[in-house]
Design a protein around this ligand. Structure first.
Ligand SMILES: [Zn+2]
Length: 245
């Protein structure tokens, strides 16, 4: 059996499922660490409000990072980048929303080399701003399209572009929010995963809390099992943002 450290340092990632989780659901993420381990999956946690993590949450997040997962930045107060810049300017956005979040994560021991846009709100000018601070950014595609096979045309990043593309589109795989259940049909997501396995490159997915029911956006553990099982069947590694070339 290959040591995980060897996997991270020796194997060049040429195809990947990038499974990501947003906001600050550290307890629920830590609870499914065994599920990730069972599938040899490493994922990315994009954390907002890092200054509001309690001691237990910091320890859990460190443990997840020690397991090989990536911790990235999701802003200090979950501000929508485009709205904040329009209202207060680019300098204020960096000074009040981004740099304090990044510094807080780094003080806690997380390098946070990638950033996920809250609510996927971005444009080319916010990309330019943030790419001065981060190696990669994650945006989003409309979740309403996830049943549509043509979603894969935008969601799948081709192998030839994997090293150079610094803004990766993601698609939600959340199961629901509060009492609202989202459409179960993930045909577009599955199409993108099959194409990634066949042709190389990457497909990025995102969710929030991990639970069967939660007031916030959440993905059911059974759905994660299904997605990671499909990736395993396709021999598609699930890796964190920090493992990309
Ligand atoms: Zn968020």
């Amino acid at each position: 059996m290959t040591d995980r450290t060897d996997l991270r340092t020796d194997r060049r990632v040429d195809r990947a499922l990038l499974l990501t989780f947003d906001d600050r659901h550290v307890r629920e993420w830590a609870a499914v660490a065994p599920l990730f381990a069972r599938h040899e999956a490493r994922v990315t946690f994009f954390v907002c409000e890092p200054d509001r993590l309690d001691g237990d949450e910091v320890r859990m997040l460190r443990r997840l990072a020690d397991d090989g997962h990536t911790v990235g930045c999701h802003g200090l107060r979950h501000e929508r980048a485009t709205d904040f810049v329009a209202a207060h300017g680019a300098g204020a956005y960096l000074d009040r929303e981004v740099v304090p979040a990044l510094e807080s994560l780094r003080r806690l021991g997380f390098p946070a080399r990638s950033f996920a846009y809250p609510c996927s709100a971005r444009d080319e000018s916010t990309d330019r701003l943030l790419l001065a601070l981060f190696e990669r950014l994650r945006g989003g595609l409309p979740a309403g399209r996830r049943a549509d096979p043509s979603l894969a045309d935008e969601l799948h990043v081709p192998a030839a572009e994997l090293a150079s593309r610094r803004v990766l589109p993601g698609c939600s795989v959340d199961s629901g929010r509060g009492g609202v259940a989202y459409d179960d049909d993930l045909t577009g997501v599955e199409t993108a995963l099959r194409r990634t396995a066949d042709e190389g490159g990457a497909t990025t997915l995102y969710a929030h809390c991990v639970a069967d029911a939660h007031e916030a956006n959440h993905v059911a553990p059974a759905r994660l099992e299904g997605l990671l099982g499909l990736a395993a069947d396709l021999s598609l590694p699930c890796v964190g943002f920090d493992e990309l070339p």
